[in-house]
Design a protein around this ligand. Structure first.
Ligand SMILES: Cc1cc2nc3c(=O)[nH]c(=O)nc-3n(C[C@H](O)[C@H](O)[C@H](O)COP(=O)(O)OP(=O)(O)OC[C@H]3O[C@@H](n4cnc5c(N)ncnc54)[C@H](O)[C@@H]3O)c2cc1C
Length: 394
């Protein structure tokens, strides 16, 4: 039986590893558009920008371990189409590859600002090349504008500040990281950034980029002008499903999958990682998660299903983010109108542990720099999700 995995990064590699870990000896092909062996993206906005890690140190597995997996590795190779009826994919170079089981692990790509593609000094951050190009421009005193206040934007802002740049974050909402943290904790992290000298413009909408060949400044809807030697665009990502447009698969901001991560209405096709929108039984709804841990967990579920041992993916989402040398961790999902209760620290403190929930339900635990308490509440989330009796809900 031939398993073909499209996307040679975290989700794809972990699926291959999980299959081999189960003693699976049949042929596995791992195919990916990037020319590099699978590497970790998470340090790109952290250690790589800070010069603490080089591209050679990003491999997801050491070269000998990759070799031992005994994969057919097709790097620098892009899938251009899928024909489920003939169980085959089309490559951009015109070749066709057949499969018995297909795993879609093509991840997501950052949204960009239309019309700015050829402008020097304006970058998104997803790949090794992006990170190295941004790092090359990060010097003390340079003006950096970060468009968007989500995870990637917040991490770039923190790293740029740590290298001595003058940093402005243009956050469209009323606070940074609003979507994942909700208003109260988003405000908390906005305060942390300000305390470290980041200029945060909330409610900022960028309407123009000044500069002919290279970026010089950004203009905002209120008429103000933000000088920028470097502008980093962090306005979210979209799943890489363009190559699946004519496949007949159900696509809705990702590949729509059932609880077992099987593409809905298709046979022997699975999706893992950023590209998968699956029915998470824990929440009873379709969910897509762009977090590192999720890709690995889903890979194990897909491997079990391919191996004929039915498994569902219902894990509590988990994500971490390093900003100003301190780790922020989030387990669960903070609802927009959740109550927030601090177990340690308080609004604006460098370190804290906060619970978010509503109506006696614990929805999420968010911690910065406090691991033990975080783990305790994360454990509760995986259980029955009741609000802990020792934490008085406001
Ligand atoms: C800068 C940055 C920092 C991050 N930091 C954190 C963090 O601190 N914590 C955390 O939890 N998460 C973090 N993440 C998110 C995490 O890295 C992703 O969730 C993870 O990479 C998803 O893995 P994936 O395999 O699904 O997709 P990806 O890593 O996007 O890999 C998909 C691969 O498929 C390839 N591909 C796409 N289309 C095709 C095609 N048609 N044919 C062949 N190959 C194709 C792509 O080139 C890519 O190599 C970060 C992400 C970024 C970009």
């Amino acid at each position: 039986m031939h398993t073909l995995i499209v996307g040679a990064s975290l989700g794809g590699l972990r699926t291959a590893q999980a299959l081999r870990g189960r003693g699976w000896t049949d042929k596995i092909t791992l195919l990916g558009a990037e020319p590099w062996p699978p590497y970790d993206r998470t340090p790109l906005s952290k250690e790589v920008l800070l010069g603490k890690r080089s591209p050679e140190q990003l491999g997801l597995v050491p070269a000998p371990v990759l070799k031992e997996l005994d994969l057919e590795l097709l790097l620098g190779t892009s899938a251009a189409g899928l024909v489920p009826a003939s169980r085959s994919i089309l490559l951009r170079d015109g070749r066709r590859i057949g499969y018995d089981a297909l795993v879609i692990a093509t991840g997501s790509v950052p949204r960009s600002l239309p019309g700015t593609e050829n402008l020097t000094g304006l970058r998104v951050l997803r790949t090794m090349e992006d990170a190295l190009a941004i790092k090359a421009r990060l010097v003390a005193g340079t003006s950096v504008a970060v468009i968007g206040g989500g995870f990637v934007g917040a991490e770039v802002a923190a790293a740029a500040r740590e290298t001595g740049a003058v940093v402005t974050v243009l956050s469209p909402g009323p606070a940074m990281m609003l979507r994942v943290l909700g208003p109260a904790l988003g405000e908390h992290m906005t305060a942390v950034h300000r305390k470290h000298g980041v200029r945060v413009h909330t409610g900022a909408s960028v309407v123009g980029v000044v500069g002919k060949d290279r970026v010089e400044a950004l203009t905002l809807s209120d008429g103000s002008r933000i000088p920028a030697d470097l502008a980093v665009v962090g306005i979210g990502a979209v799943p890489c499903t363009d190559w699946l447009e004519d496949s007949g698969l159900r696509l809705r901001d990702g590949v729509v999958c059932d609880e077992r991560l099987r593409a809905v209405g298709a046979e022997n096709i699975y999706a893992v990682g950023d590209v998968a929108r699956w029915r998470n039984p824990r929440y009873g709804e379709l969910v897509r998660v762009e977090h590192w841990t999720n890709a690995g967990e889903q890979a194990r579920v897909v491997a079990a299903n391919i191996a004929g041992e039915p498994a569902v993916h219902d894990a509590v989402p988990y994500v971490w983010s390093d900003q100003f040398g301190v780790r922020l961790q989030i387990a669960g999902r903070v609802g927009a109108d959740d109550d927030v209760h601090y177990v340690l620290g308080g609004p604006g403190t460098e370190k804290f542990v906060a619970l978010a929930g509503r109506g006696g339900r614990l929805n999420a635990v968010v911690a910065r720099g406090e691991v033990r308490e975080f783990l305790r509440y994360r454990g509760l989330l995986a259980g029955n999700g009741a609000w802990p009796a020792d934490a008085v809900q406001r």
